[in-house]
Write a protein of this length. Structure first.
Length: 376
């Protein structure tokens, strides 16, 4: 098999052209995601958001990019030079590799992998290397604390993320992303595996350091986190990696759970409709992420880790066990969907009751009732 055969039967030139198209689309999406997030959050908070740079503020992202490119690139005196300078690249490269492996439409992508799902969450795990390098190489205690927080958080939440995706792979019977999409021609997997989608969405927020899991970059505590010492173009690379990861995770979620380019009528209506489906579904997931950001407050470190190790991991393994039982005994798919929906409501209900529970108040006045009062 030649090099071109592995790329959907493409020649070298066609593969390079598709890579450049994906890079261009990613750059445009990242620029306008920054504008879109400000607009969406502003509407939630009854504000206007960017309005002055271009029509309705459409050029705000472009202005920010030009500003960052023109700013001075500084490096702290006590920073480790090579670790500090290479960290931004190691946070961005894994995200780009994921985009290369995702199917945007029928037979349209750079690389079609038989183990595509495995490749995606294996490569995304490499992002932690760049984050730790940024925290360690900056020579700043706040950056180091942010990097350690990010490492602990990403390692922990990768477990329920991978297990939830494995539960879907068990139902699909394959790790090929194109094959998973084709199996959702009649109904998306989110209707059969809603519990897996909830676990995936929650773990995705943590992997992206998005609210309420934004402890590694909390400005009120560690003044920006692991990239606090970066400026100019290097800081913009962290920003690019963040929003590119957001888009990549959203496309990946739409492929695995929402039918990707196939549902509905993907094969019948052609290539243009398939691309539109992929983009629309990815932006729906991005909209949900923005909604969560303006709705939920930031978690404490102990709450964040406890929720992962005491709730999500246990629930994800129970989901894996239930899926295995249904598949081994060949029970109807409708019963599997019903069991997943029941588990989803139980999980969300338990989280809601715990979040709205009133904290216990100790009677501090009563504790001094029998205390001896010193005489003057």
């Amino acid at each position: 098999m030649t090099f071109g055969d592995a790329f959907f039967g493409l020649s070298w030139l066609d593969a390079i052209i598709r890579v450049l198209i994906i890079v261009g689309a990613m750059t445009v999406v990242v620029v306008y995601l920054t504008w879109g997030e400000r607009k969406v959050i502003a509407r939630f908070q009854m504000r206007l958001g960017p309005t002055r740079t271009g029509p309705v503020g459409l050029l705000q992202g472009v202005a920010d990019a030009l500003k960052l490119l023109s700013k001075e690139d500084l490096r702290p005196r006590n920073a480790d030079r090579w670790v500090f300078e290479f960290a931004p690249y190691l946070t961005f490269i894994p995200v780009f590799l994921v985009l290369v492996a995702l199917p945007f439409a029928r037979d349209w992508g750079v690389r079609n992998l038989a183990l595509g799902m495995f490749f995606v969450f294996a490569v995304l795990g490499l992002n932690i290397v760049g984050v730790l390098m940024a925290g360690l190489g900056s020579g700043n205690k706040y950056a180091l604390l942010g990097g350690v927080r990010a490492a602990a958080q990403m390692i922990s939440y990768e477990i329920p993320l991978v297990v939830a995706l494995l539960a879907v792979a068990m139902v699909a019977g394959t790790l090929d992303l194109n094959a998973i999409v084709l199996q959702q021609a009649d109904r998306p997997f989110v209707l059969i595996q809603p519990l897996a989608f909830v676990i995936f969405f929650t773990a995705m927020l943590s992997e992206l350091h998005r609210a309420p899991f934004d402890i590694p970059v909390a400005e009120s505590e560690i003044v920006g986190g692991y990239f606090v010492e970066y400026s100019g173009i290097r800081w913009s690379m962290f920003q690019l990696a963040e929003y590119a990861s957001l888009w990549a995770f959203s496309i990946f979620g739409s492929v695995v759970f929402l039918g990707g380019w196939e549902f509905p009528m993907g094969l019948e209506w052609g290539w243009g409709w398939q691309l539109a489906l992929t983009f629309i579904k990815s932006f729906i997931i991005i909209g949900l992420i923005f909604w969560v950001r303006v709705t939920l407050p930031r978690l404490r470190v102990d709450q964040l880790m406890s929720f992962c190790w005491k709730v999500l991991i246990e629930v994800s393994f129970v989901l894996l066990l239930v899926n295995g039982l249904f598949l081994v005994y060949e029970w109807p798919e409708e019963l599997l969907a019903l069991a997943n929906w029941a588990g989803t409501f139980v999980l969300l209900g338990a989280v809601y009751l715990h979040a709205t529970r009133k904290p216990e108040r100790k009677n501090l006045v009563g504790s001094y009732k029998h205390a001896e009062v010193p005489t003057p």
